[in-house]
Write a protein that binds this ligand. Structure first.
Ligand SMILES: Nc1nc2c(ncn2[C@@H]2O[C@H](COP(=O)(O)OP(=O)(O)OP(=O)(O)O)[C@@H](O)[C@H]2O)c(=O)[nH]1
Ligand SMILES: Nc1nc2c(ncn2[C@@H]2O[C@H](COP(=O)(O)OP(=O)(O)OP(=O)(O)O)[C@@H](O)[C@H]2O)c(=O)[nH]1
Ligand SMILES: [Mg+2]
Ligand SMILES: [Mg+2]
Lengths: 291, 283
């Protein structure tokens, strides 16, 4: 009868070991759409799907798995691989260990500095924060208020003008206090602000941080890669933190940032409170990316 | 000759990719693409050579009908006229975390002050660290007074406090800065709805970040759902952005863009001219 005929036709189609061009195209289109909705950069989505298409055409479908699930598995594995495989650590490899936080205006650097400071303090380290943002009104106040009562040192200069000098004095103060981990909070900036990008390079050269964290807003769209590249050129990025993952955004912009800096994503921000910090897990990030 | 079905799909795909790579949210790009599908099926392209001449105007028209400008003069006159009542004109600013609300509130206050309209600013972000200090310091630089209470106090109460103070001091305008919030935090969305209910502002302005990708659709939709957005201001246009988020926002909530933030200085605010945007989005 007709129902049985259709059912077996579909079964044949799904379990066919020979790649069906149309089915593959439909699945790939669906994946492209999911990735674009997740803010993965358009050119990455294109090159990624070309790569996947090529691989699925040359591969026989394993038994007992639909074409769609097969492709999804390839995509999932490939994305997890691009993100470094498993969770990575931010190792405090020497003392004092100096971390510099950089990123575009409003991405959550100051809040993330406080979160990270708390994270290390909870792990038993002696922690200090140096605020070298001389532009944002009440930037020092903000860091102090966030870190109040947590036994974390905060250094900043109320009417400071020169971020490099403040950084140097701050680091000196921190070493006097025998601090193990120092986190330097910098002013927000973007790639079109030549003067500020130059300043970032000066800060990098003067501080010589052990680790530079690029703080990326998960809601960012197609600009993530270009902006990350500009930061990477003036202060080599060691790792990435994806903030505001507690929004409707899936943070696909981070893939472009990873792509241009070669840096792993180590942390995500999941809210405005000090505790809203999690270690980045590539597998759950990719599942969320693929919707 | 007319375009074949295959060609139409091809043109639509091209249009979508062009928009998406210029930061337009996928849902907005898809929506616009389906809107031009009909036009594409009726258009005549040259038998040989460049069909771009015929297609470009269709793309431009699609963007022109979705993007909404505001007549700045008209807006300012409306605020100035309201200032002659005994009741202060109230502008409520809302938006996602770090989008530029606080800086924008002071930019708008400065812009209106230049037009001869004095104002009072309510520090209704009673949550975020140093939010009150940040706003006070910014407002100080342009000689505009602020009204605040302590951290943890009711944002609506601070706003009412400011309105009362404006009324008794005959200040015609109150701008209310609120805390950043996400489109998925129902508690904070409810808090925002309550602020609106208690204060009943004359105008609600959504301040968003133009660097935002697909989240812009959900952000604008949810904020509009909870408090009704009258105007939007998008910030950080100076970060070399194609400005696709303007399309995403207008597509999602069909509300006009009042201003654009083009820098961190208090003079860095301009009006939105859609023609230059359309040119950039299609180039
Ligand atoms: N929902 C949410 N909000 C966050 C997160 N991280 C930071 N924020 C908020 O984002 C806003 C901006 O945070 P800041 O820490 O001031 O950002 P910044 O990068 O230091 O800003 P600038 O110094 O001006 O460049 C604040 O309202 C924070 O509370 C997060 O993970 N989730
Ligand atoms: N480059 C640039 N930076 C801007 C613009 N508008 C605001 N900023 C910066 O973005 C950062 C965040 O601005 P805020 O005014 O604190 O944003 P907000 O929405 O009030 O943030 P929350 O209250 O924490 O949610 C600050 O560093 C501002 O200087 C703009 O148009 N261009
Ligand atoms: Mg900061
Ligand atoms: Mg604010």
């Amino acid at each position: 009868n007709l129902a049985q005929g259709i059912r077996s036709a579909i079964a044949r189609l799904i379990s066919s070991p020979v790649p069906d061009r149309q089915t593959i195209e439909e699945v790939i289109r669906g994946i492209q759409r999911a990735l674009l909705l997740a803010d993965v950069r358009a050119d990455l989505v294109k090159s990624f799907s070309d790569n996947i298409r090529e691989r699925t055409f040359n591969v026989e479908l394993p038994r007992g798995i639909s074409r769609r699930d097969h492709i999804l598995k390839i995509v999932y594995d490939e994305l997890v691989r691009l993100l470094g495989g498993e969770r990575k650590e931010l190792r405090v490899s020497r003392t004092p260990f100096v971390i510099m936080m950089v990123g575009i205006q409003g991405t959550g650097k100051t809040t993330s500095t406080a979160k990270l400071a708390n994270y290390f303090a909870k792990s038993g380290y002696r922690v200090g924060v140096v605020v070298v943002d001389v532009y944002r009104p009440a930037a020092l106040h903000q860091a102090r208020q966030l870190l109040e009562g947590r036994g974390i040192f905060v250094y900043g200069e109320e009417d400071g003008q020169d971020p490099v000098q403040i950084a140097k004095r701050g680091l000196k103060y921190m070493s006097e206090q025998k601090v193990d981990v120092v986190i330097v909070d910098t002013a927000g900036r973007h790639k079109e602000q030549q003067g500020l990008m130059l300043e970032m390079n000066e800060l990098y050269e003067a501080i010589r941080p052990d680790s530079v964290g690029l703080i990326v807003d998960a809601t960012i769209g197609q600009q993530a890669g270009q902006q990350a590249e500009a930061f990477h050129r003036v202060s080599p990025v060691g790792w990435i933190m994806l903030t505001k993952m507690d929004t409707s955004a899936r943070g696909g912009g981070a893939l472009a940032a990873v792509n241009v800096t070669g840096a792993p994503i180590l942390f995500i921000g999941t809210g405005e409170k000090i505790e809203d910090l999690e270690r980045f897990d590539p597998k759950s990030y990719v599942s969320r990316l693929l919707g | 000759r007319q375009l074949s079905d295959e060609e139409i799909d091809e043109v639509i795909e091209e249009f979508k990719w062009q928009l998406v790579s210029n930061d337009v949210a996928l849902l907005a790009a898809e929506g616009l693409a389906s809107e031009i599908k009909e036009k594409l099926s009726m258009v005549k392209v040259p038998l040989f050579g460049n069909r771009g001449e015929v297609l470009k105007p269709i793309f431009r028209e699609a963007l022109s009908s979705v993007l909404l400008e505001t007549d700045e003069e008209q807006f300012i006159s409306k605020v100035r006229a309201a200032g002659h009542d005994t009741e202060p004109f109230k502008l409520l600013f809302v938006g996602p975390n770090g989008g530029g609300k606080t800086t924008t509130v002071v930019k708008v206050a400065k812009r209106l002050k230049r037009e001869g309209i004095p104002s009072l600013i309510a520090c209704s972000d009673t949550f975020r660290a140093a939010a009150i200090e940040q706003l006070k310091r910014l407002a100080e630089t342009i000689g505009v007074r602020t009204v605040s209470q302590k951290y943890g106090s009711d944002p609506a109460a601070v706003a009412i406090d400011a309105v009362n103070s404006a009324r008794s001091n005959r200040i015609p305008l109150v701008l209310i800065d609120t805390a950043g919030r996400t489109e998925v935090d129902t508690n904070l969305l409810e808090e925002m709805r309550k602020i609106k209910r208690v204060v009943s502002p004359d105008t609600v302005i959504f301040v968003g970040d133009v660097l935002t990708g697909n989240a812009m659709v959900e952000q604008a939709t949810k904020f509009n759902e909870y408090v009704g957005v009258d105007y939007a201001i998008l910030t950080k246009l100076d970060a070399d952005v194609r400005g696709g988020a303007t399309v995403s926002l207008c597509f999602a909530v069909k509300r006009p863009i009042l201003f654009l933030g083009v820098g961190q200085g208090l003079d860095d605010i301009v009006s939105f001219k859609k023609s230059e945007f359309i040119h950039r989005l299609l180039s």
